[in-house]
Design a protein around this ligand. Structure first.
Ligand code: NAD
Length: 491
């Protein structure tokens, strides 16, 4: 294996952004045995390139690199850490188009969505460059005579970050910028389906001047790479974004070493549309909530409840809008790209077949598209019954189930009847109703009359089994810091 990824390089202006080796201790490293993981273009199935597949022993050694870099990084002035993060942010902005194209090639998402993700990803680095400078000492009014009381926040140490394929840049920067700003050093493991985006960010981190060992990107098979980190006491925090199933596994594996955890897990978002909503807006916003990222989004609408008086009208308009969506390779910038892999498409098929068997009406789609094996047509199902699989499992694709409801209490109970609690969408123009729903919904985020709610300054995360902790905002640094309480007498 050479440090090239030829097929991928063809579409990229700055060829040095396409890296195939892992980035460890400031060096680009192949696996000692030359093992690689192959990356393919989901639109065509074509070979894109291969990246190093490190062994468990090699992955374990990366902890030493991050641990050695930790004391000096933690001791830097916050302003110095901030300046390096700021430079990294600027390099992302300068290389936006190449980063977006790398993402679209390996992930499949439409190019304009990839550009949007690069902006979103860069915003976390900019935000945490600023947060790095905010005070990490809090004075407390003393409760003891003559004593001075302070609370400090100190970096926890080495942080392991494990990221999924659906947002290969933003999920990494959201974690890494917070950890680095806090003074931690980072071990990052990107999904083996989309490693090139993370490696391009490592190349830019190096150009920005991040010291060797501070930000490491380790590619390979997930269990092989991550298990040694879970077992290592020197890894003090673990932040994971992915399915609830893998989250549970990592939770168990981290128990032995009592790590600080952040878990951004699955979602099963309800959309609730009341008859008093602006229906045009509700249709347009719910289209975004369902079909952005080709439906492969933890915030994706997974159940669309519509109040009975407007149900048929909504079904008709929503199906019309879904039929008008364009499907194609991400590089052609359609509305919907290919899904990530065969398992993702098989899941759409299983959910649709099961819903139809439970009496649902197919309003559009319902099949793969001849364009390629990973293209699934935007699909709308009406009258999905509460027993259907799609209402229990995360669909993670372009299939929209519509259900009528009759009362506010009923729809709140149905929306909350899940172990997921990431985001809920509400459409209504009645402020009292909006307040009641905002209170009653057991979700970490509630979006009212809109879809886009994410961004660097807000606390992103879920209730119940959708996760632990929050990312973004000042809160996003919490798991990467320890609280130390000092009580001081001078006498
Ligand atoms: P996944 O859980 O299969 O994989 C996510 C990451 O975990 C990948 O990097 C993968 O390499 C790694 N992984 C897989 N098996 C592992 C193992 N045995 N040990 C260690 N690491 C392992 O999820 P996915 O299918 O890649 O991503 C989709 C899921 O992610 C969905 O459930 C979605 O809701 C969730 N997600 C959540 C958020 C959020 O912020 N809440 C954001 C994006 C995606």
């Amino acid at each position: 294996m050479t440090d090239t990824a030829l097929s991928l390089r063809h579409d990229i202006a700055d060829k040095r952004l396409v890296r195939s080796f892992a980035y460890i201790g400031g060096k680009w490293c192949a696996a000692a045995d030359g093992a690689t993981v192959t990356v393919t273009d989901p639109a065509t199935g074509a070979f894109l390139g291969e990246v190093a597949s490190l062994s468990g022993e090699e992955s374990a050694r990366v902890v030493t690199a991050a641990q050695s870099a930790f004391p000096a990084w933690a001791a830097r002035l916050p302003q110095e850490r901030a300046a390096l993060l700021r430079r990294w942010f600027e390099l992302m902005v300068e290389n936006r188009e190449d980063l977006a194209r790398i993402m679209t090639l390996e992930q499949g998402k439409p190019l304009s969505e990839a550009r949007g993700e690069i902006d979103y990803a860069a915003a976390f680095i900019e935000f945490y460059a600023e947060e790095a400078k905010r005070p990490n000492i809090e004075g407390v009014t003393s409760h003891l005579p003559d004593a001075e009381v302070e609370v400090w926040r100190e970096p926890v140490g080495v942080a392991a970050l494990i990221t999924p394929w659906n947002f290969p840049a933003a999920m990494l920067t959201r974690k890494a910028a917070a950890a680095l700003a806090a003074g931690c050093t980072v071990l990052a493991h990107p999904s083996s389906e989309t490693p090139f985006s993370a490696l391009a960010l490592a190349e830019l981190a190096e150009r920005a001047g991040l010291p060797a060992g501070v930000f490491n990107v380790v590619t390979g098979r997930p269990a092989t790479i991550v298990e040694p980190w879970c077992a290592d006491t020197r890894v003090r925090a673990l932040s994971f974004t992915g399915s609830t199933e893998v989250g549970r596994l990592l939770y168990r594996q981290s128990a032995e070493t009592v790590k600080r955890l952040v878990m951004e897990l699955g979602g099963h978002a309800p959309v609730i549309i009341f008859a008093d909503a602006d229906l045009d807006r509700a249709v347009a916003e719910t289209m975004k909530a369902k079909f952005a990222t080709s439906g492969q989004d933890c915030l994706g609408a997974n159940r669309i409840y519509v109040e009975r008086p407007v149900y048929e009208a909504f079904c008709t308009r929503f199906a019309q809008a879904a039929k008008a969506l364009t499907l194609g390779p991400g590089m052609d910038d359609p509305d919907i790209g290919p899904l990530m892999n065969e398992a993702a498409v098989a899941k759409q098929e299983a959910h649709v077949a099961d819903a139809l068997a439970h009496g649902a009406r197919l309003l559009c789609g319902g099949a793969r598209d001849p364009m390629g094996p990973l293209f699934y047509r935007p699909t709308v199902l009406a009258d999905v019954s509460d027993g259907a699989l799609i209402l229990a499992e995360e669909t993670f694709g372009p299939v929209a189930p519509l259900l009528p409801f009759d009362s506010e209490d009923e729809v709140i109970a149905r929306a909350n009847a899940t172990e997921y609690g990431l985001v809920a969408y509400v459409h209504s123009l009645d402020p009292r109703r909006i307040y009641r729903l905002s209170r009653a919904l057991q979700f970490g985020m509630v979006a009212v009359n809109r879809t886009k709610v994410t961004g660097a300054p807000i606390p992103f995360g879920g209730m119940k089994q959708s996760g632990i902790g929050r990312e973004g905002a000042r809160l996003g640094m919490e798991a990467f810091t320890e609280v130390k309480y000092i009580c001081r007498d001078w006498a």
